[in-house]
Design a protein around this ligand. Structure first.
Ligand SMILES: Nc1ncnc2c1ncn2[C@@H]1O[C@H](COP(=O)(O)OP(=O)(O)OP(=O)(O)O)[C@@H](O)[C@H]1O
Ligand SMILES: [Mg+2]
Length: 196
């Protein structure tokens, strides 16, 4: 089972958007996907509830909910047939929280938006990840997703300069598009929406 964890301590950077879109894209491709929501806001689970039943199924695990009848480790174990586990994490995780959430991850994706505040926060989050997770082996597993990038804007140039400072690859660049908001409202992934 592959484990993909989406992190950024900064709120509103696009963690849930990326988690649900990767989940739907992989389910569409035939993977057996489990989506675990560690955020008490429950946005990923809300998206999953809106998801039309005829679309490829995704197993939801509300990791933030503590159930008195289940031990926490059992509750957080995905079904045995799961081939990809995606973790959506909350904002505000400190070094220990980041370490716990990313333990055993095959890939760690960090969405970063192109504003000064977001770039500054991302620097701290990357430092926390590297310090908490044994340096080199950790950095090889991290990929940055430049999010809400407006082509040729000052913000996007600043983001590109910032990203060049790290030996961490930018694995995707997502433009600012209302389609991501629509996707959140409908339980669909971008690839499952009509071609417009
Ligand atoms: N590429 C994009 N284009 C347009 N809107 C976007 C994009 N990415 C995210 N958004 C919007 O930005 C808002 C925040 O995104 P999202 O909820 O995914 O962030 P988050 O990191 O999960 O936030 P939180 O830290 O509160 O959990 C949402 O309204 C979402 O629809
Ligand atoms: Mg979220």
């Amino acid at each position: 089972m592959q484990k993909i964890v989406i992190v950024n301590s900064k709120g509103g950077s696009g963690k849930t958007t990326i988690a649900v879109n990767i989940a739907s894209a992989l389910a569409k491709r035939g993977e057996n996907v489990a989506l675990m929501d560690l955020d008490p806001q429950g946005s990923s689970m809300r998206w999953l509830k809106l998801r039309p039943a005829e679309l490829p199924a995704i197993t939801g695990i509300a990791g933030f909910r503590s159930d008195a009848n289940l031990t926490r480790s059992f509750q957080l174990t995905p079904p045995p047939e799961t081939t990809v586990l995606i973790l959506d994490t909350p904002a505000g995780l400190d070094r220990r929280g980041l370490e716990a959430a990313t333990r055993g991850a095959d890939a760690i994706l960090m969405p970063v938006m192109a504003s000064d505040i977001d770039i500054h926060a991302a620097t701290h989050c990357i430092a926390d990840l590297l310090l908490g997770g044994k340096g080199a082996s950790m950095s090889r597993r991290i990929g940055i997703v430049a999010n809400r990038v407006k082509a040729n804007s000052r913000g996007s140039r600043r983001l590109q300069r910032f990203l060049q400072n790290f030996e961490i690859p930018v694995v995707a660049t997502l433009r600012d598009s209302v389609n991501y908001t629509r996707s959140a409202e409908t339980g669909l992934g971008l690839l499952e929406m009509p071609r417009w």
